[in-house]
Design a protein around this ligand. Structure first.
Ligand code: GLU
Length: 329
């Protein structure tokens, strides 16, 4: 048991919570609570045009319905309030300034399209081709940080390998300089990048462990480099497999039938969904109804190590109405 463990769930309010994100939230909560730790809800509404009004409240309601409680959140407050990224810009600005003072930043006016045209090899990653170090400006005005307008701000990535242990995926390593290169911390239009905001918030809020979907595994080395540059303590990471639709595609926020709201409206009880999800994780042998709190003594990361993506059944509601008959296949 460690009272120092502090986990978080950090949804972006761009769509309703679906069973995939609910499963991730449940694992994050179980990990913190089974260690006697704290748990925080942070709303990642950095990019205002993509946010749907009212959704953050609905997500909080869905999480409460599942039995996930928080020591700190936009609703209950907490020692590091505010817990909405849209209200935390001053913190991101201050961190950017600290990185500038440490000599880790430079302004950039190269567009994504220019970078793509520069790339010689095809690339499949979320971040496009690596930013070539030879494009870094050779010299900068001493006051560039305060005077430069209309430019993105990039972080100088050191040419070395970052390693970390993922609690689900095992040992990881990446030379971020070769894979991503110097990455953007503030976009040309002034918007702070996810990578910066998430690191600043995790550090300031005293988060010790990150549990999230494995679509963010490829962001982790970048975040570790930022944590180091901000002189923070490294966190523990767990990237859990996504939930796939019955046809094997990544479940998106558009899959309305798999949203918690749709399930609730179809009469599904939270204990039934919890039991079903717990069974999908191998935490219980049969998909019987459970309260989330019943799973705290059962939870352990060793059970989740190496787990595969999970495909939803064709008729989710039917499976949840008759979980024992349908199984979880
Ligand atoms: N806000 C991100 C998302 O909803 C998650 C960020 C994180 O957990 O680091 O995908």
């Amino acid at each position: 048991m460690s009272l120092n463990v502090h986990g978080r769930f950090a949804p972006s309010p761009t769509g309703l919570l679906h069973v995939g994100s609910a499963r991730t939230a449940m694992i994050a909560w179980l990990s913190a609570r089974s260690a006697g730790g704290r748990f925080t809800l942070r709303i990642e509404d950095l990019d205002p045009p993509r946010m749907v009004p009212g959704l953050a409240k609905e997500i909080a309601r869905d999480l409460a319905w599942l039995g996930i409680d928080f020591d700190a959140s936009p609703a209950v407050g907490g020692p590091h309030a505010p817990y909405r990224q849209s209200e935390r810009h001053a913190h991101y600005e201050a961190a950017l300034k600290a990185l500038h003072v440490a000599g880790r930043l430079f302004p950039c006016r190269v567009s994504r399209r220019d970078l793509r045209n520069l790339a010689s090899a095809p690339h499949a990653a979320d971040h496009g081709p690596p930013y070539p170090a030879h494009l870094r400006p050779a010299a900068l005005d001493t006051d560039w940080f305060d005077t430069t307008k209309d430019a993105a701000i990039r972080f100088r990535v050191p040419d070395r390998t970052v390693t970390f242990e993922d609690r689900v995926r095992g040992p990881q390593s990446e030379n971020t300089a070769a894979v991503v290169g110097d990455f953007v911390l503030r976009r040309r239009d002034g918007l702070f990048a996810y990578q910066l905001a998430v690191v600043v918030d995790d550090l300031q809020m005293g988060i010790t462990e990150v549990v999230r979907g494995d679509d963010l595994l490829s962001s982790t080395a970048r975040q570790i480099l930022l944590i180091e540059a901000l002189r923070g303590t490294p966190l523990r990471y767990a990237h859990v497999p996504l939930v796939l639709s019955a046809s094997g595609e990544k479940l998106s926020k558009r899959d309305q039938a798999a949203t918690l709201r749709a399930l609730r409206e179809a009469g599904v009880r939270p204990e039934v969904l919890i039991g079903y999800l717990a069974h999908s994780l191998g935490l219980i042998p049969v998909p019987e109804p459970h309260r989330l709190s019943d799973l705290v003594p059962i939870f352990g990361w060793s059970r989740l190590r190496g787990m595969a993506p999970w495909r939803l059944p064709v008729n989710l509601v039917h499976s949840l109405r008759y979980p024992l008959a349908a199984g979880c296949g």
